[in-house]
Write a protein that binds this ligand. Structure first.
Ligand code: ZN
Length: 91
């Protein structure tokens, strides 16, 4: 019974964690970059490849992070994809 409660609490905690930095959503570190912060590019890549695994709150959180990151591309093929989608003025 204690184990079950512990598992439930752990699950609840996981549901309220940023899937990329693993801090609580309120304390997410992903908006901040720079060399003094750990490189989370691999975690970010894996999470973005598996958005279907996130709950609604985490999904909204990641969408807001993406808005703040405003990712742009040096690569012309990627720039063309954004252009074809008609997103160039949105990002
Ligand atoms: Zn985070």
């Amino acid at each position: 019974m204690i184990d079950n409660n512990l598992n439930k609490e752990t699950e609840e905690l996981k549901d309220n964690m940023c899937p990329i930095c693993r801090y609580l959503l309120d304390e997410c570190q992903c908006r901040y970059g720079g060399s003094c912060h750990p490189n989370r590019s691999k975690a970010r890549e894996v999470v973005l490849d598996h958005l279907y695994l996130l709950n609604d709150i985490q999904l909204k959180h990641v969408i807001n992070l993406e808005k703040s990151w405003r990712t742009s591309y040096g690569d012309n093929e990627r720039k063309q994809i954004i252009k074809k989608l008609g997103w160039e003025n949105k990002i």
